[in-house]
Design a protein around this ligand. Structure first.
Ligand SMILES: *Cc1c(COP(=O)(O)O)cnc(C)c1O
Length: 443
């Protein structure tokens, strides 16, 4: 992007100046006020179909991943009310937070330890199912635990899978691919943590490392995969299957809401806050929630100050034609799961009419919340997973809450913060991050 174009963008969108200066910002999407047309790219039927597919695979998953035995192979996370964190924010901001504050604990999702278990596992399983059915080795009426047999592993070993990742998607796809017997290659960006690569190599997954950012790792992976026979590339930037996998979270949440007596209706709006990298996970989940709960759902995405790609893409309408580096943001963040410089245009266009806003959070703030969450709620999250937790405060302080919801709606609201990763972080690393947060909080 040339200087002239950049200057005119900055004149049109003064928020860019603050973003460049490293400030935390909140962008409200004015378009949602006049949104009439439904552009959500998936239907409720498709979400239900995806959920049914995951249920068909449950007996297989329970066989190959012993940690999922207790839930019969259903990969799901708990829902918690986090009243201590709510009080923390109320004290910090000297203001009462109306409604209730919940945490959807995807950091506890088994196998992958992150939200990527939803999309990544789903796309690999769907691909495996298609291959097996096409080759007359499986029918949807059968018990899928047969996929764990030596014969089936030998069949899948003739095929390869590839993906580009900052760490967690690679972990999800690598673990699932290896469990089925696929030859799996993960192209890791420079952000990927050492332990994630080690974990994959221990499972026989090929990990190729790049000195460069996520977009480059994806590009290289895509090119190499295209040259490899029988190779399937999982495309985080464009995949509808990943998106669908993520969206199934909405059906599961509906069940959990029912069990916990949490109502979503005109008097009880649901406001969800989702950490965003390239956009697939938050986009899929938000779209799923819109399909399941309808107009009473509101949503915000959260990004690091150093990686506000979706905010830039949505605000300017340029989607993947703009990267944070274009405006001089260097993409230096400890929130590796969100270290993406260019957003998915597929996701940006999908949510452009419905998403209520995007806000950014500094790395220091992420570490402070990481420490508070561990101390007050006993939940250990990785930095990326804390991007959304300040959402209710942002919604309030930006004026969005008061202008979009009546007083009784604000009182009846459920604020749902999505936690996206952390349970597989090695103990020593978690300890160091908690200490870092403690120091920052004391300052
Ligand atoms: C990948 C990831 C996200 C965001 O998902 P995208 O699909 O990249 O937007 C959020 N949190 C964590 C921990 C992640 O690994």
């Amino acid at each position: 992007m040339n200087d002239e174009k950049l200057n005119s963008l900055e004149t049109q969108w003064p928020l860019i100046t603050e973003m460049k200066a490293g400030e935390e910002v909140t962008w409200l999407n004015e378009r949602t006020l006049k949104a009439e047309t439904d552009q959500l790219p998936i239907t409720l039927e498709e979400i239900e179909e995806a959920d049914a597919r995951l249920r068909r695979f449950a007996p297989f998953l329970a066989t190959v991943f012993p940690e999922t035995k207790a839930t019969d192979g259903i990969i799901e996370s708990p829902l918690f009310e986090i009243a201590h964190m709510k009080r923390f924010f109320e004290k910090q901001h000297n203001e009462k937070m109306e409604g209730r504050l919940y945490l959807k604990a995807d950091h506890l999702l088994p196998v992958a330890g992150s939200v990527k278990a939803r999309g990544g596992m789903y796309e690999v399983l769907k691909h495996a199912e298609s291959l097996a059915i096409e080759n007359d080795l499986l029918s949807t009426e059968e018990d899928y635990s047969k996929l764990a047999s030596d014969e089936m592993r030998a069949f899948f070993s003739r095929y390869s899978l590839a993906v580009g990742s900052t760490g967690n998607l690679g972990l999800s796809i690598g673990m699932t691919g290896a469990a089925l017997g696929f030859q799996t290659t993960v192209h890791m960006s420079a952000d990927a943590k050492e332990w994630k690569k080690r974990r994959l190599r221990d499972r026989g997954v090929t990990v190729i490392e790049y000195e460069d950012d996520y977009s480059r790792a994806v590009e290289e992976g895509r090119v190499l995969s295209a040259k490899t026979e029988n190779s399937f590339f999982i495309d985080d930037e464009h995949s509808k299957e990943l998106f669908l996998g993520y969206s199934t979270a909405a059906l599961r949440l509906q069940e959990q809401f029912r069990e916990n007596g949490i109502i979503v209706d005109a008097d009880h709006p649901l406001i969800v806050y989702l950490p965003c990298g390239v956009g697939g996970a938050p986009g899929g989940i938000f779209t799923g929630l819109k399909r399941v709960f309808g107009e009473h759902v509101y949503g915000f995405f959260a990004e690091p100050v150093q990686a506000p790609c979706m905010l830039l893409g949505l605000m300017t309408g340029l989607h993947d034609e703009i990267a944070v580096q274009d405006v001089g943001i260097e993409l230096r963040t400890e929130a590796d799961g969100l270290a993406v410089g260019r957003p998915s245009s597929f996701v940006g266009k999908a949510v452009a009419n419905d998403l209520d806003g995007v806000f950014t959070v500094s790395d220091d703030t992420l570490f402070i919340y990481l420490q508070q969450m561990a101390a007050l709620e006993g939940e250990k999250l990785e930095p990326s997973a804390l991007a959304g937790i300040e959402g209710p405060i942002r919604a309030k302080e930006s004026g969005w809450l008061d202008s979009h919801l009546t007083e009784s709606q604000r009182k009846g609201a459920a604020h749902l913060v999505w936690s996206t990763g952390g349970s597989l972080v090695p103990e020593e690393e978690m300890k160091a991050m908690i200490e870092k947060g403690e120091h920052l909080y004391a300052e």
